[in-house]
Design a binder for this molecule. Sequence first.
Ligand SMILES: [Zn+2]
Length: 378
Amino acid sequence: MSTYRDFANRGSARATVLRTVGTRERRSHLTAPRVPTVGIDIGGTKVMAGVVDADGVILEKIKTETPDKSKSAKVVEDVITELVLDLSDRHDVHAVGIGAAGWVDADRSRVLFAPHLAWRDEPLRDALQARLAVPVMVDNDANTAAWAEWRFGAGRGEDHLVMITLGTGIGGAILEDGRVKRGKYGVAGEFGHMQVVPGGHRCPCGNRGCWEQYSSGNALVREARELAAADSPVAYNLIERVKGNVGDVTGPLITELAREGDAMCIELFQDIGQWLGVGIANLAAALDPACFVIGGGVSAADDLLIGPARDAFKRQLTGRGYRPEARIVKAELGPEAGMVGAADLSRLIARRFRRANRRRVERNERYARSSRTTQGSP
Ligand SMILES: [Zn+2]
């Protein structure tokens, strides 16, 4: 048991390899037990939890609000525990996988940073495992969404896949030969902060000209609001829709107008689609995958977005005409992808157990909780 760790502490290169094998997933999805697990997707506004079977089918799904950023890490743990206990009343739960918007370390135990929550180097896996008595895994939500698309969605059968999630920003993940590539420290795939325009728009990350400032939901809304605020004649349709309240312009509204044929909204999608294609061409130069899967809320615009992205990609791809070109496809699983992927990834660490054992542990947790509330302690 301790041998590998002892060697690793001495800094032997061979022992480091052994330790890495020991602490990451030991199974592949092919040998993981075909048991139902719970996936939890923690986003900026909603926490979604669901029981998912080994074929990626959602057996039940529940939702709640994300606790405010000002709340302690303990409150978030309580919310997660509550959701899992609720689901385990009606289903067998053999493992819990969590997909969180944030940086998760390479061992998938600690959340290093989450922009919407109070987590700062939070040992989430161990804290939850102690309370839930089932194996727990934590991962970045883009990684879990990519895993779901690869297993059950648009990326099925691809051994080299890159997922790009277009939401308010850009998330990303790399999958190779059935493994998520997380990098040495767990934070690979932050494509949104590659600089594409030196000195360009300011980004919340602190830099300027990041890719997500040109190709994301935020970019779309920012451009539309700018045009509406300037009272541009091309934006009359949009201004009329929001009755002059520029602040009411949202991504879904722009998508709706574009679908109805509004020229300005179509143009905005062409712009962000074009930037999407430019970024994808850069990623193809670096990673050379067979397939790019485009997910996230903005991808609801379908070909209004992906068409221009494909054109720009073809124009920008390095070595074009002399190399096979990656496919660019729309994600298939929708907003549940992150949850389904988290559940399926957690099957890699799932344990078979006897139902009676689990019930006893859950009763303990319930008992501990009720005694906490009766004592009135925080
Ligand atoms: Zn940035």
